[in-house]
Write a protein that binds this ligand. Structure first.
Ligand code: RIB
Length: 291
């Protein structure tokens, strides 16, 4: 079982010719909305991968549809509350090279109370996993409690915040970073990547593949699959959710990495975030096609 202390956002996507420069006014060629948030994306990915997932989070009065959509994908939504604070949302610009910029309004994600997180984690058993990112409240306390209960703790240090990472780091089993976050963390800690002392480190590097290493010296690498990207938003979340689901069902780090890399590659061929994350069957068909 995977518990996810995670954000739930309403994503507003604007397709633009280029990412806007300071002071520039730019017309978008397309606009759509969808379910997002690094947390909701990871829950969706893990659920579509076939894992049992309980999402712990909050939306505002405007967020009932987001809960229903997660439930529709098989996510247990018992631990999602509706608060008076508006739901979190994100303004996402996507350019022709599939790159993005994101502005976040945290809203209800940060208003979530500790009692609710604690109540959810009290149900967890040592064979379970906690996944978390940096868009909610109470990451450090949740990681500490889960670690003390013997859960695997998979933490995506995104969006990057050095203080948030420092507070969670000692409770983490697997630290997940993208290439930029890896540089930011090394700069913040004054250490090389190899010197960061966590049981497991996973670094995703987009077209340069993904690497995993354990404190024991074990290593794995998954090359990126060749695709024509249209939107890279949520690719890291797809990777993290599939990797967590893979480990939860007992796959080796190498197999979980390969599975996650395929899911993330397929995601970037589609516009959107949670709605665009592929199912396990779609990932299997895609991998067969790539062989
Ligand atoms: O990682 C992509 C996500 O970042 C988006 O869904 C957006 O909501 C922000 O949380």
């Amino acid at each position: 079982m995977i518990y996810n202390l995670g954000s739930i956002n309403i994503d507003h996507f604007y397709r633009v010719a280029h990412l806007p420069a300071p002071g520039e006014t730019l017309a978008a060629s397309a606009y759509h909305t969808g379910l997002g948030g690094k947390g909701a994306n990871q829950s969706t990915a893990a659920a579509k991968a076939g894992a049992r997932v309980a999402h712990v989070g909050a939306v505002g009065p405007d967020g009932r549809w987001a809960i229903d959509r997660l439930a529709g994908w098989g996510v247990d939504t018992t631990h999602i509350v509706q608060l008076d604070t508006p739901s979190g949302h994100a303004i996402i610009n996507v350019d022709q090279a599939a790159e993005n910029t994101i502005i976040l309004y945290p809203g209800a994600n940060r208003a979530l109370g500790w009692a609710q997180v604690e109540q959810a984690l009290n149900k967890a058993a040592p064979a379970d996993t906690l996944i978390l990112q940096n868009e909610t409240a109470h990451q450090a306390e949740a990681a500490a409690l889960a670690h003390a209960k013997g859960l695997r703790v998979i933490y995506s240090a995104a969006p990057f915040d050095a203080d948030a990472v420092r507070a969670v780091l000692k409770h983490v089993t697997t630290l997940v970073l993208n290439a930029v976050e890896a540089e930011q963390l090394c700069a913040a800690l004054g250490q090389t990547l190899d010197a960061i002392d966590v049981p497991e480190l996973l670094v995703t590097r987009g077209a340069d593949g993904a690497e995993w290493r354990a404190r024991t010296g074990k290593r794995a690498f998954a090359p990126a699959l060749k695709v024509t990207p249209v939107d890279t938003t949520g690719a890291g979340d797809t990777f993290a959710g599939y990797f967590a689901a893979g480990r939860d069902k007992g796959l080796s780090p190498q197999d979980a990495l390969d599975w996650a890399a395929a899911a993330a590659a397929l995601k970037v061929t589609r516009h959107g975030t949670a709605d665009a994350i592929p199912t396990a069957a779609e990932v299997a068909a895609f991998r067969a096609q790539c062989r």
